[in-house]
Unconditional design. Structure first.
Lengths: 296, 350
């Protein structure tokens, strides 16, 4: 039986389609505009003839960027920080969360509070800044001259992610663990052969959270990395933006493409890799939004 | 537990004598050797405790040591000395900030006000819109169309703060003799929302527009992604609930009111409480990347105030004191919100 569709329902459906389409286009448009502006000629960008599609197509803004060593440096630094930062954060969080999920761990309440308190209260920017400066001195003292390692090791740990992992580990039935122990599995084997495979999707979600926060990190990287060659991509984009939106510095600009095109090209280049891996991570991204922060 | 004499001596009916209680001697034994047992347990499970070490070290070095440095806001700051050797100044920095009456205190109160307003408006606009979008998603019957809409609306969430603010900066940038202003500014001028002169001077240079730009870009960035939680709650409503309501003659609005809303109410409450908990910890990066000297009046928040005076400038004590006040209030909000959540719905946020 096909039920009659009420008028009110139809009206609501039409409104939904219209407003969602409008919002979706609003979300999409800036990207399209950025791409079009990056490959349009100087006249059309500066006198805003580009509205949707590129005009006077050129690829010089891209080739200028690609031929710049600083750009590739920044990109490789970001990949370095993202990769090692995620690995280090995942390593310490998984081990810590595993230990915390065991009820036979003594002082468990204390350790949990130790974590959760950092979510309630943070010391703030200035003490953190002094702390990182001191850390930098220590790191230099023991021979780690790359400030990148400071960013990798000292920053980006999140108590929230450890708690997500801990909850997932607590959800594994204890019978399975006991069965593994009866078969003579050691602590590390229980973790790697029982817990990790069973909590795969939570681990992927947490890894994604860590990865995104490392890829996006800007403020502390800019404060702590003194050598320009070691700046990650985000810092590089910001420095370029500051340079290119200065009207006085750009008065002498004399190329066949607008100075804005260079910024748009940078923006496009920093989004494209994420768009490429987006289909693979979308599932965990949506899952992450749902688990975020609620504990039964 | 209070131990009385009765715990030690038990009256035995058979012999008519008092004898020592066996349970209590075991309890005493455990009590006496408490630390020995702790030691034994740690030795037995040493792998477990070793696993905790990297995590503990990271949090100790880079989360708890800064809290110790925070003592600096009670002391006369001197760059060359460690915090422990600086002299106490009592609450002088706090007094300067709160009732100093000079430029610093004026700026502090301005930043406090902006922090509150930016987070409050963020809650006011940023919270209901994802719920509405989730309701709209629910109306899209075709799965393919819905996936397309979802992918498009999650898209802005993938940008980093730097890229997002760069894009915003470019879209509303000022005009010059040879170049036109940003495309969004032009649109606003065409719609007669702002005058040509204001837009041409750059909307980001105008304090009147900072809050709107901040909130609109915030909604644009997160509304799609934030709707996931609510959408998940909506699709888990059983279709029979709708059918029952229809049989009772409920139209669309009545269904919203009596079926959908009660079903997602708990999700809404939890999300609202968690948002209130983080009200004062608004991201400083975005403000830092969008504001400039022209817009301090409406844009300067406590974190950026602290950054300007403490990290870029040399008044570390003052800056730390300002942020500490903000963070203590923030902590009280989080703990309060968490308590309310636990009382209201048996769900703890942390």
């Amino acid at each position: 039986m096909k039920r009659k569709i009420e008028t009110s329902e139809r009206i609501f459906q039409v409104i939904s389609y219209v407003l969602l389409t409008a919002f979706a286009l609003m979300c999409l448009y800036p990207f399209v505009y950025a791409i079009s502006s990056a490959i349009s000629g100087r006249q059309s960008v500066e006198y805003s003839q580009v509205v949707l599609f590129p005009k006077q197509i050129q690829f010089k803004a891209f080739s200028r960027m690609f031929s710049n060593n600083m750009f590739w440096n920044a990109y490789s630094n970001t990949l370095f920080i993202t990769f090692y930062g995620t690995v280090w954060a995942l390593f310490s969080s998984i081990l810590g969360a595993y230990a915390l999920s065991k009820s036979r761990l003594l002082f468990r309440k204390f350790f949990n509070f130790f974590l959760v308190f950092t979510m309630w209260f943070s010391a703030g920017i200035v003490p953190q800044y002094l702390n990182y400066l001191a850390t930098k001195k220590v790191f230099n003292g023991i021979g780690i001259m790359d400030d990148k390692w400071l960013v990798v090791i000292a920053m980006g740990m999140a108590a929230m992610n450890i708690i997500l992992l801990r909850n997932a580990f607590e959800g594994v039935p204890s019978e399975i663990e006991e069965a593994a122990r009866v078969d003579g599995a050691t602590e590390m084997q229980v973790l790697s052969n029982v817990f990790l495979p069973m909590c795969k999707s939570t681990i992927a979600t947490v890894a994604l959270f860590f990865g995104i926060s490392r890829w996006n990190g800007y403020f502390w990287a800019r404060q702590m990395i003194s050598n320009g060659n070691e700046h990650p991509l985000q810092v590089y984009i910001r420095l370029q933006l500051e340079e290119f939106t200065d009207p006085e510095a750009m008065a002498a600009w004399n190329e066949v493409y607008a100075s804005d095109s260079v910024i748009y090209a940078l923006i496009v280049c920093s989004i494209v890799p994420i768009l490429v891996i987006y289909p693979f991570i979308q599932k965990y991204f949506a899952k992450g939004a749902n688990v975020g922060g609620v504990k039964e | 537990m209070k131990i009385t004499a009765d715990d030690y001596l038990v009256y035995d009916d058979k012999t008519g004598l008092y004898r020592r209680s066996a349970e209590q001697s075991v309890r005493d034994e455990v009590e006496k050797h408490y630390w020995l047992n702790v030691g034994r347990s740690i030795v037995k499970d040493w792998r477990l405790y070793l696993m905790l070490v990297p995590m503990i070290l990271v949090f100790l070095f880079w989360r708890y040591f800064p809290m110790y440095e925070l003592l600096g806001c009670f002391k006369h700051y001197e760059q060359v000395k460690p915090v422990s050797e600086q002299f106490f100044s009592g609450f002088s920095y706090f007094r300067t900030l709160l009732v100093g009456g000079e430029r610093l205190s004026v700026e502090f109160w301005r930043a406090m006000r902006n922090t509150f307003l930016l987070s409050f408006y963020g809650l006011l606009f940023g919270f209901p819109i994802p719920i509405v979008i989730a309701l709209f998603f629910n109306e899209i019957r075709s799965n393919i169309a819905r996936s397309v809409y979802q992918v498009l609306t999650y898209l802005p969430k993938f940008m980093s703060t730097v890229v997002m603010t760069s894009l915003v900066t470019m879209l509303v940038k000022q005009g010059a003799v040879t170049t036109n202003m940003g495309i969004v500014s032009q649109l606003l001028v065409k719609l007669h929302l702002v005058s040509f002169e204001t837009a041409n001077a750059g909307l980001l240079n105008n304090p009147a527009f900072f809050r709107s730009i901040y909130q609109i870009s915030g909604v644009w960035e997160t509304a799609g992604y934030d709707s996931i939680v609510f959408f998940a709650a909506i699709i888990s409503i059983s279709p029979t609930s709708y059918e029952a309501a229809q049989i009772d003659g409920a139209n669309k609005m009545a269904q919203m009111r009596y079926v959908v809303l009660p079903s997602i109410l708990s999700t809404i409450v939890i999300m609202l409480i968690s948002k209130i908990g983080t009200l004062l910890s608004i991201g400083y990066e975005k403000v830092l990347l969008l504001y400039n000297t022209n817009t301090y009046v409406t844009a300067d928040v406590i974190s950026t105030f602290a950054q300007r005076y403490g990290v870029a400038g040399a008044q570390k004590g003052i800056a730390a004191a300002a942020e500490m006040m903000n963070n203590v209030v923030g902590m009280l909000l989080v703990i309060g919100a968490n308590t309310v959540a636990r009382k209201a719905s048996n769900v703890s946020l942390y």
